[in-house]
Design a protein around this ligand. Structure first.
Ligand code: KG4
Length: 329
């Protein structure tokens, strides 16, 4: 069978990323231009600045992706672009660029759900991985437990009612003065602390989550006691939020009787969370964790998801628009 080359484009937040993936699983190139140093100055992502930087970077990042893959534009079979969820102005840059490429090359355009992309990051890390499985999606914008029935068939079993888990990490980090993005900084500081501070854990019905209560509790504590030991605060917050997460993960395993778990999204890089999932592994659950560099936003995961969408018959036309609050199911 002829090899299929998918060009993936990702611009939903603060990474301009383009990648070429062969047959949905093999990375030929994976270029990521991150704007983190720019947004750090403001303590978080500024949407208008993100869009402008995507515009500045997208052509060069695409050329590099083609060059690194050692192919020509004409070799591309599918153009896969993130069209949601994300920041509308940021999404529109990658999507418009992808539409133009698809039109110029006369190759099919496939709009990809960013969350589906995060799930697909695992197909690249684990060549043998196939649905069905449970995916625990944890990023800066989303937290959900997804029953992945097939490559393009998803049922969301539970989702956050308020903040995403990464958002809670980032907001806590900002208030205690660690800067953006906060997740990795809390992770690092927590290693040096002990979890000796009691924090309230919100309980929500079913498999849904709520992380805003614990976030606010940490922020209030920091305001009330400015000299509080930051290392212990980070360790306590990280432990408590992980316990809230794991309670629902275990309930989802029980509910579905599915013993294959796949992690996705930036927060799956957290060392404490990864340890908890390793613990599950010792209890007979198969746990798949994406390669660290594929946990955070990249376009290889978009190319992989786009390949499977295309194989399932999905093709979009040039009327495709960005959908900032796009859902998975
Ligand atoms: O998936 P991602 O790159 O972007 C989207 O939100 O789509 O995830 C970014 C999030 C940020 O909130 C960041 O703080 C968090 O992932 N993150 C972490 C860690 N590394 C990244 N959170 C906790 N611990 C980490 N080690």
């Amino acid at each position: 069978m002829k090899d299929i080359y998918t060009l993936g484009i990702e611009s939903s937040c603060d990474e301009t990323a383009v990648s070429v993936v062969k047959n949905g699983r093999e990375i030929l190139s994976n270029v990521v231009n991150t704007q983190i140093p720019i947004h750090t100055l403001y303590g978080g992502v500024v949407p208008e600045i993100a869009s402008r930087n995507h515009i500045n970077n997208i052509s060069l990042v695409t050329k590099m992706a083609i060059q690194n893959a050692n192919i020509h534009f004409e070799d591309i079979d599918i153009v896969a672009c993130t069209y949601g969820p994300g920041l509308v102005g940021a999404l529109l840059v990658g999507l418009s660029y992808g539409k133009a490429l698809s039109f110029a090359l006369n190759k099919p355009l496939v709009g990809v759900n960013h969350i589906e992309g995060h799930i697909a990051a695992n197909y690249i890390t684990y060549q043998e991985l196939k649905p069905p499985f449970l995916c625990i999606m944890m990023s800066g914008g989303n937290t959900q437990i997804v029953y992945v029935k097939d490559y393009t068939d998803f049922e969301v079993l539970g989702r956050t009612k308020d903040d995403a888990i990464g958002e809670a990490f980032d907001k806590v980090a900002r208030v205690i003065g660690l800067g953006y993005p906060g997740g990795p900084k809390i992770d690092k500081l927590a290693e040096k602390g002990v979890s000796n501070i009691e924090l309230p854990k919100t309980h929500v019905e079913g498999l849904d989550f709520s992380f805003s209560g614990i976030k606010t509790a940490v922020i209030n504590l920091q305001h009330k006691e400015p000299d509080i030991n930051k290392e212990n605060l980070c360790a306590s917050f990280q432990k408590a939020i992980t316990e809230m997460l794991m309670e629902k993960v275990k309930a989802a395993i029980e509910k579905t009787n599915m013993k294959k778990i796949v992690l996705a999204g930036g927060v799956s890089a957290n060392s404490y969370i990864r340890k908890e999932f390793e613990e599950l592994q010792n209890q007979g659950i198969d746990v798949y964790m994406p390669d660290m560099k594929l946990c955070t936003d990249n376009a290889a995961m978009i190319a992989s998801a786009g390949y499977y969408d295309y194989m399932a018959g999905k093709v979009d036309d040039l009327a495709l628009n960005a959908v900032p609050n796009l859902k998975l199911d």
